[in-house]
Design a protein around this ligand. Structure first.
Ligand SMILES: [Zn+2]
Length: 102
């Protein structure tokens, strides 16, 4: 029996009786290259060739991944999973309700 710990509430998840949910977060900076992918396939293919040929190195080296992207994997218990679905971006619910008081 393997015990997992919920990364949100720190409770143990007993996978024999509880469902363990895995949330994978992959955040990337939306660059001009990503936008061009939809508009100009030729440029994108050319860029791929440059990467394969190693001529794209300088661009990749200048890309500080710690600042422009983030990825993580989190275990959640079923309760925290429900809470996460309600508010995946961690928005302040008080602010959201505040619109009606304007
Ligand atoms: Zn939890």
């Amino acid at each position: 029996m393997i015990h997992y710990t919920c990364d949100r509430c720190k409770r143990q998840i007993n996978t024999d009786s509880q469902t363990r949910f895995i949330v994978q977060i992959d955040i990337q900076t939306a660059s001009e290259h990503a936008e061009a992918e939809f508009e100009d396939d030729v440029d994108h293919l050319n860029e791929l060739h440059q990467i394969l040929e190693g001529t794209h190195e300088s661009v990749l080296a200048g890309n500080d991944e710690s600042e422009t992207s983030h990825s993580g994997r989190y275990d959640l218990c079923s309760e925290c999973y429900r809470q996460f679905l309600k508010n995946p971006l961690g928005r302040d619910t008080v602010l959201a309700l505040g619109f009606s008081n304007n």
